[in-house]
Design a protein around this ligand. Structure first.
Ligand code: URA
Length: 432
């Protein structure tokens, strides 16, 4: 297999055969195909695309470059959720224990925050002691015992994707639907799932803001799942404003605990229940979405969902007492209200500006190797469409020091627009 030949063929609109993808990815993971050739191929794919068979073959080649979770012996459905990412999106923290408490195993592999979006691993690591770097063997044992493990992409999983994703990030080839679909699905298929639910975000704060691109990505991943015997259901949900009120790692954990106790904000609960219902049906624990919803409500009202989170935290080295006393989570030194500058209607709470604001406070990353301050962030009570009066609180800033408060004020001024009238926000869940 000559990498140059494959690049040339793809550049000119040709097809790459399954055996060629496999050889290419094995050689790339081993360091025998250099980054400059892979970057050229990624750019050719960006412009020319991949047909369905090639997409399946690339996904398999990345999947087979590493190990997979073997959970076939479990006598229960195994379903994960993947979100294309956003601001205030703490759904995974609520959903994983909730679904596991309802009898479906959740082998959940998540990522870190980068750019304006937050990451589930950073949120979990705000819990003192919590470890997300479990080996596949340890994660498997935990899933057998508790029905859930919350881990990061280990070195064992899809190493060719790990290398290629970093390369795409540096070569402006991330926003290619076939490359995104193959990247996400190679990791999800390595979890040994019997079903997958996708939360594809749309709106200004989404990775792919436009509706048609979100739909195309969803349909591509549904087809890829079908070709691999893994049923996939996708919901398109709004990311033209943050989800819930808390935006920042520790305060999002606190809001997730409230949600597991039945005290979560309405939008967070709606998205969680909608995704959870799909997971319970796919996992065989409910015959339809209405029954699934009832089961989740009982898991929350009985305290089972919160207890499941406590068990997971304890198993992964964290302090389980945070579930009863969120005051044990990291606390910011400074806490300041941000108020409405005038009378009017909240016309916009712009997620990208909020995400950049969290980074300005020290709670996000601009480079993969950055460390994050778990305690900082915003609790934003203003929702698009709210009528407000000058001086009324819109948000609370949690910062490390006075300079952080000033950065937070500047970000909220940019993010929250008060006007005389406002367009309606996007529907919270627009497509299934
Ligand atoms: N997330 C991934 O894991 N891969 C992509 O290509 C994009 C988002």
């Amino acid at each position: 297999m000559e990498a140059r030949t494959l690049i040339e063929r793809k550049r000119d609109g040709g097809r790459i055969q399954p055996a060629e993808w496999r050889a290419l990815m094995i050689q790339y993971a081993a360091g025998d195909v250099p980054d400059y050739q892979m970057a050229a191929l990624a750019m050719a794919i960006f412009f020319v695309g991949l047909d369905r068979e090639e997409l399946g073959a690339l996904t398999n080649a990345m999947l087979d470059s590493g190990a997979s979770l073997d959970l076939d012996h479990l006598k229960m459905g195994r379903v994960d959720k993947h979100s294309t990412g956003g601001v205030g999106d703490k759904v995974s923290l609520v959903l994983a224990p909730l679904v596991a408490a309802c009898g479906v195993a959740v082998p959940m592999m998540s990522g870190r925050g980068l750019g304006h979006t937050g990451g589930t691993l950073d949120k979990l690591e705000a819990i003192p002691g919590f470890r997300t770097d479990l080996s596949l063997a340890v994660a498997t044992r935990q899933i057998e015992q508790l029905g859930c493990a919350l881990i990061g992409q280990t070195r064992e999983i899809a190493p060719a994707d790990r290398k290629l994703y970093a390369l795409r990030d540096a070569t402006a080839t991330v926003e290619s639907i076939p490359l995104i679909a193959a990247s996400i699905m190679s990791k999800k298929l390595a979890e040994g799932l019997t079903g997958l639910v996708l939360d594809v975000k749309r709106g200004s704060g989404a990775f792919l803001p436009e509706l048609d691109r979100g739909l195309e990505l969803a349909q591509t991943m549904i087809a890829l799942g079908a070709d691999h015997g893994c049923p996939v259901v996708a919901l398109l949900t709004a990311m033209d404003r943050p989800l819930g009120r808390a935006c920042g790692n520790a305060i999002e954990v606190e809001e997730s605990i409230a949600a597991l106790r039945g005290e979560g904000p309405a939008d967070l609960m709606s998205v969680t229940y909608a995704l959870g219902a799909e997971m319970l049906v796919l996992g065989g624990a409910a015959s339809d979405r209405n029954e699934a919803r009832r089961r989740m409500e009982v898991a929350i009202s009985s305290g089972r969902a919160a207890r499941k989170f406590q068990e997971i935290i304890e198993a992964q080295g964290g302090n389980p007492a945070v579930v009863d006393d969120p005051g044990l989570l990291p606390q910011a030194a400074e806490c300041e209200l941000f108020v409405a500058p005038r009378d009017g209607v909240v016309a916009q709470v712009e997620p990208r500006a909020i995400g950049r604001g969290i980074t300005a406070l020290g709670g996000g990353r601009t480079k993969v190797e950055d460390t994050v301050d778990p305690a900082v962030g915003f609790v934003i009570t203003a929702r698009p469409g709210d009528v407000v009066r000058a001086g009324e609180p819109l948000a609370t800033i949690f910062a490390r020091n006075e300079a952080g408060v000033a950065a937070g004020v500047a970000s909220l001024k940019e993010a929250i627009r008060i006007a005389d009238e406002a367009d309606p926000p996007l529907p919270l869940i627009s497509h299934r």
